[in-house]
Design a protein around this ligand. Sequence first.
Ligand SMILES: Cc1ncc(COP(=O)(O)O)c(C=O)c1O
Length: 149
Amino acid sequence: MANPNNPTGTWFNAHALDEFLSRIPERVIVVLDEAYVEYVEESHYPNGIDRLEKYPNLVVTRTFSKIYGLAGLRIGYGVSSPQIADVLNRVRQPFNVNTPAQVAAEAALPMTITSKIPAARTPAAWCRSPKACRRCILSRSLRGQLHCL
Ligand SMILES: Cc1ncc(COP(=O)(O)O)c(C=O)c1O
């Protein structure tokens, strides 16, 4: 599920997401695509990463393509339970994130693109949390360089 969605720009609120997640069996993995999370200003918008503790079957994906403008470098990340991350790490392609992309993403992490972006929604914010960092799926090769993933 994309929240917000592209190209419609529609989004669902925290109540709708929680209602949905509470009805999904634990064996079913829910992927929440938050490619545009940094653009949202609505107060009832739900941050998927905040729900990972409660819903271990949730995977949140984000990208450096949009707010950071790094689309050509093909770098994004997913956050999930360690169990799901472990399975994805086993099946992903080796060296799936190249060095220029890693360097650009590392530079982008602490950046605040505009003063409107709530700090808690940026990768830099959740990256500071050791607990959240252990959940990173896509950035195994990034991990060494960032010293925090
Ligand atoms: C809702 C949504 N999710 C994901 C993506 C993919 O982003 P990426 O460039 O990281 O593949 C896009 C790109 O247009 C998008 O609109």
